[in-house]
Design a protein around this ligand. Structure first.
Ligand SMILES: N[C@@H](CCC(=O)N[C@@H](CS)C(=O)NCC(=O)O)C(=O)O
Length: 289
């Protein structure tokens, strides 16, 4: 027995009355029948403005800014706190029941794409954009893209969960994951002390993947932990983040499917470029949450 007095049983069973995380269960699959809406645009995004969701909206806004009209998209809101990710239509496009998920309806048959890294790569390849052409730089972009996919779960599922969300503050868990998150921040700091962007000189999908999580940590946007993590100790990351955050496409992408922050920065659903002017939450006469 340890200091908590908890002895794991021989076989774990689910306590339906125990702590609940976003309606999670120990099994996969749909919990209810619910078809997904489909709009007029070639790409259908089903998402929420979390760091993982922001990556895809930023990518789509960057592609549109580059003139790729085929990147027009409808962004539908998936409320994970209400269990929308377990609806039958969503599970059909992402059996893992997590946002973001995308359906490309531009061809003869719809193509489903899930996992934010897979979506970024799919879009970069479809439009031949935001992935360096030079083989070494391209590989470097992939290195950092896959680094992010493997590393961010320690930030969200580990650090964020135990530092910000868990009702019990467990020193072992908080110390374990803070150590890892600070180590990851130092990995990025060293890379960005020698390079403008993660792949080298060129802004790419690697930066788009890393920005929402790690700039979010240092700016205090996620988990309100900037002071706890000593954000000023990472000046090269802050320089990199500031240079990207001013990009108009990034500003727009960060607004899509957002349910928090200033109402003027919440575009809960996006169906066309004009929506950023006319349909932010401050302009809609809807009850606020
Ligand atoms: N590796 C996935 C992670 C996606 C993910 O964790 N999404 C969260 C929101 S940021 C989610 O949908 N959670 C709902 C749930 O766990 O039920 C990706 O990068 O797409």
């Amino acid at each position: 027995m340890d200091s908590t007095g908890y002895i794991p049983p021989k076989v774990w069973t689910w306590d339906k009355n125990g702590p609940q995380f976003s309606n999670n269960r120990p099994t996969a699959g749909a919990t209810h029948e619910k078809a997904l809406p489909v709009g007029m645009q070639p790409l259908q995004l089903y998402s929420l403005g979390t760091p993982n969701g922001q990556k895809v909206a930023i990518m789509l806004e960057e592609l549109l800014a580059l003139g790729h009209k085929g990147a027009e998209y409808d962004a539908w809101l998936i409320r994970i706190a209400e269990g929308d990710q377990f609806g039958s239509g969503f599970v059909e496009i992402n059996p893992n029941s997590k946002i973001p998920a995308l359906v490309d309806r531009s061809g003869t048959k719809p193509i489903r794409v899930f996992e934010s890294g897979s979506i970024l790569l799919y879009l970069a390849q479809k439009f031949d954009a935001l992935l360096p052409k030079d083989p070494a730089a391209r590989t470097e972009a992939m290195n950092w893209l896959f680094w992010q996919m493997g590393s961010a779960p320690y930030v969200g599922g580990g650090f964020g969960h135990f530092y910000a969300y868990a009702t019990a503050k467990i020193p072992y868990a908080i110390d374990r994951f803070t150590m890892e998150v600070k180590r990851q921040l130092d990995v990025l700091e060293r890379r960005l002390s020698e390079n403008a962007y993660l792949a080298g000189d060129e802004y790419s999908i690697a930066d788009i993947a890393v920005l929402p999580w790690y700039a979010g940590l240092l700016k205090g946007w996620i988990y309100d932990a900037a002071e706890f993590l000593s954000a000023p100790d990472y000046p090269h990351m802050l320089r990199w983040a500031d240079s990207i955050l001013v990009r108009p496409a990034v500003r727009r992408g960060r607004m899509v499917n957002r349910l928090s922050g200033p109402l003027s920065e919440q575009l809960r659903e996006r169906h066309g470029a004009d929506d950023f002017q006319s349909r932010t939450q401050d302009k809609l006469e809807l009850p606020t949450e």
